[in-house]
Design a protein around this ligand. Structure first.
Ligand code: PXP
Length: 246
């Protein structure tokens, strides 16, 4: 199996900074530390309400890290303009609702196919790898392939919630659906990523899906950094991913 990449999402370092309106903790410093600990990429979500990452953070990350930057955003004109100016390695399109606590569901690519096809064209032409954050639904995977996305990131949030609630049978069914989705996406020529809600305890079965090439993990790692340090948390996640992959 090919090695699985780990993208570290540093949004919640900015959440902590913004809670006090101070200049620290600095997301760029966290990104550099993550890189030193073995992260293969950095992910940051510039939300429309700028609740964590801000425009200046995106520019600082572009200038300050040497691993690829995955710019997560909603498919709005404002975000397209920023992405085209910064030209990050990857742009991951996510659904966004102002009132939500985190990205709750996948993007409805099938229901917005024409607009998204036009939306991603300039991003692709600028050299960004465009990724769709979707559920494992076959319609969404096929629509992502049709519009020319390079990558789909499968939403693992429901899987992680079912496991956390002790609903193991349903979690196993969800895992099977994720496996089937990954196989279909791969067969259609899409690179497969996965993420949301992943922890030390639930990462193994997702990391073991052979078609998955990258995991994006944030909230748990930043939380765990309080107890064991960010570098150690990333190293332990990496170890568990490699173990599942072996
Ligand atoms: N992937 C995507 C597309 C996301 O929106 C998020 C959350 O910002 C993540 C991965 C990481 O999720 P978590 O913070 O739960 O690890």
């Amino acid at each position: 199996m090919e090695k699985l990449r780990l993208g570290v999402n540093i949004d919640h370092v900015a959440t902590l900074r913004n809670a006090r309106g101070a200049a620290w903790p600095d997301p760029l410093r966290a990104a550099m530390l993550a890189e030193a600990a073995g992260a293969d990429g950095i992910t940051a979500h510039l939300r429309e309400d700028r609740r964590h990452i801000r425009d200046a953070d995106m520019s600082a990350l572009m200038a300050g890290i040497s691993v690829p930057l995955n710019f997560e955003c909603a498919a709005t004109e404002e975000m397209a303009a920023i992405a085209l100016r910064l030209r990050p390695h990857a742009v991951c399109l996510v659904p966004e609702k102002r009132e939500e606590r985190t990205t709750e569901g996948g993007l409805d690519v099938a229901g917005d196919e024409n607009r998204l096809a036009h939306y991603i064209t300039p991003l692709r032409e600028a050299g960004c790898r465009v990724s769709m954050f979707i559920g494992h639904d076959e319609r969404q995977i096929r629509a992502s392939a049709r519009i020319g996305a390079a990558v789909v990131e499968l939403h693992t949030g429901h899987y992680s919630e079912l496991l956390a609630d002790g609903r193991d049978t349903e979690a196993e069914a969800e895992l099977d659906a994720l496996r089937r989705g990954a196989a279909l996406a791969h067969a259609l020529g899409l690179e497969v990523h996965a993420g949301h809600g992943l922890t030390f305890d639930n990462v193994g079965p997702i990391a073991a899906i052979p078609e998955v090439r990258e995991l994006n993990i944030g909230h748990f790692l930043i939380g765990e950094a309080v107890f064991m340090g960010l570098g150690s948390a990333i190293e332990e996640m990496r170890r568990r991913m490699d173990e599942a992959r072996a």
